[in-house]
Design a binder for this molecule. Structure first.
Ligand code: TYD
Ligand code: MG
Length: 455
């Protein structure tokens, strides 16, 4: 028999290398490559006769539903992120740092679904039944009919799930604890995680259950991260938040049944996660609007507008090379704004340290925040507070022009709703907003709305 070929697989991204290396070329992670044998022991079994399939029409026939059948949790923030509920027969991956609150969120989702009469099985590979029960009690979920199982072996889990009634929703917490008799690799390796996830997806497809898979984001790469199975599942959600802050954001990264870029916002409490229906109020809650260096950015997260405060501190430096520190935004984007301010506006910050922070530990990825950042920087340098009733958005180009951004009307509406009466925005966006709202109907209804057009 031929000697089985060994391969070296990066436990962070799943890239295959012919030999061991300290650093993975594909993802740049250090110390994540370990010997792993993807072919060993998978498959086998008796040969299967081919089954004849039949291609079907692209357009659904009369009587066939075009909508994906869903199980709704009626937790609005969760349903928004999944695109209207978990889809039957599909698999969703919920990733996040250890301790961020994934198990809490899913236990609450399980309880909510169970209250609506859905059959939910929560398979915990990390905690014993007693621990899960204790959590459920704390979350006020112990009166529900959620079924618990503490298993880690894939074949055992499948046998448990096949027993009794068909579940509507299965939660596997977490994929890193899964191990299968069919794969000859150590538990937690890419091979084991992939084999386990594959088996769970197959179960979901066969039975029509919605499958939720929990995956820890790992820093050291000793166990495989959720990224190695992202391509296998139908939707990927990340649960994120800063450790020191009390709110958490569930973000869609991939969704075959809905929009990406959606977020659900939750607030942590001793009795579990609470929905935050209006995140802008939360992010602007502790605002001191008289301080220099603060600008309110009217941002968008998927279909939803979110207002956050951008804070800048510009101070003379005592170092040879001035410091640039950014939390919640892209540091190369900050360098770009600084360069544009210097080249086109004559604002010299070469002898100043620059610190930039997005309030509340929130993270912005939109280029539309450029204008708010520029405003905050200038305000801090000048030592003058910006008008407290004004929001900012717009992309700054390298030529110094302010470029239009999408969803201007929605951003303005949200600002109005929260009591702002002014906006600093690109000229192009203002025109679009005017058309969209039918001649700034809602907007001009408020006589004191000052739309200051930057351009
Ligand atoms: P847990 O759900 O176990 O995190 P994960 O499954 O992602 O590792 O939550 C971590 C800890 O935080 C746990 O001790 C419970 C606590 N916690 C709260 O007290 N309230 C909350 O609202 C959340 C989300 C967590
Ligand atoms: Mg957990």
């Amino acid at each position: 028999m031929a000697k089985p070929k060994t391969q070296f697989i990066c436990q962070n991204c799943g890239a295959v290398h012919p030999r061991w290396a300290g650093r993975c070329d594909a993802c740049g992670a250090w110390n994540t490559i370990i010997e792993d044998n993807p072919a060993a022991g998978i498959g086998g079994g008796p040969a299967r006769a081919p089954k004849k399939g039949r291609p079907v029409a692209l357009v659904a026939l009369d009587g066939e539903s075009e909508e994906a059948p869903r199980v709704e949790s009626r937790i609005a923030e969760l349903d928004r992120v999944t695109g209207g509920g978990f889809v039957r027969g599909s698999a969703v991956l919920v990733g996040g740092d250890p301790g961020i609150g994934k198990s809490t969120l899913l236990m609450q989702a399980a309880a909510a679904l169970s209250r609506q009469g859905h059959r939910v099985i929560y398979v915990s590979g990390e905690e014993a039944i007693a621990q899960v029960r204790l959590r459920a009690k704390r979350l006020g979920a112990s009166d529900t009919a959620v079924l618990l199982a503490a298993e880690t072996n894939v074949e055992d889990i499948l046998a448990t799930l096949a027993e009794g009634q068909r579940p509507d929703l299965v939660i596997i917490d977490s994929i890193q604890t899964l191990w299968s008799d069919m794969a000859e690799a150590a538990p937690g390796t890419v091979t084991q995680v992939r084999t386990g996830v594959q088996a769970m997806i197959r179960f979901a497809k066969q039975t029509g259950a919605a499958m939720v898979l929990v995956g820890h984001v790992t820093k050291e790469g000793q166990i495989a991260g959720p990224r190695v199975v992202e391509h296998m599942v139908d939707a990927v959600l990340y649960f994120e938040g800063e450790r020191g802050h009390h709110y958490r954001i569930l973000r869609t990264v991939k969704n075959r049944f809905g929009a990406t870029d959606e977020i659900g916002v939750f607030e942590m409490s001793d009795i579990g996660l609470r929905e935050v229906a209006n995140p802008s109020e939360l992010f602007l809650g502790e605002r001191n609007d008289k301080a220099p260096g603060a600008a309110v950015f009217a941002g968008m997260e998927g279909t939803r507008p979110v207002l956050v405060e951008v804070q800048a501190l510009v101070a003379p430096t005592s170092l040879g090379t001035p410091r640039r520190a950014v939390v919640g935004w892209d540091s190369s984007r900050l360098s770009m704004i600084l360069a544009v301010l210097e080249a086109h506006c004559g604002v010299r910050l070469g002898n100043h340290d620059v610190y930039l922070n997005i309030a509340g530990g929130y993270r912005i990825s939109e280029p539309a925040a450029d204008l708010a950042v520029a405003a905050a920087l200038i305000s801090s340098l000048a030592g003058l507070a910006l008008p407290a009733d004004c929001v900012y958005f717009g992309e700054v180009s390298l030529s110094g022009a302010i470029r239009p951004v999408s969803h201007a009307a929605q951003r303005l509406k949200e600002a109005l709703k929260l009591g702002f009466s002014g906006a600093c925005l690109p000229a192009g966006s203002a025109e679009v907003a005017t058309q969209k709202t039918g001649g700034l109907n809602e907007l001009s209804a408020l006589p004191d709305l000052v739309v200051r057009i930057a351009g």
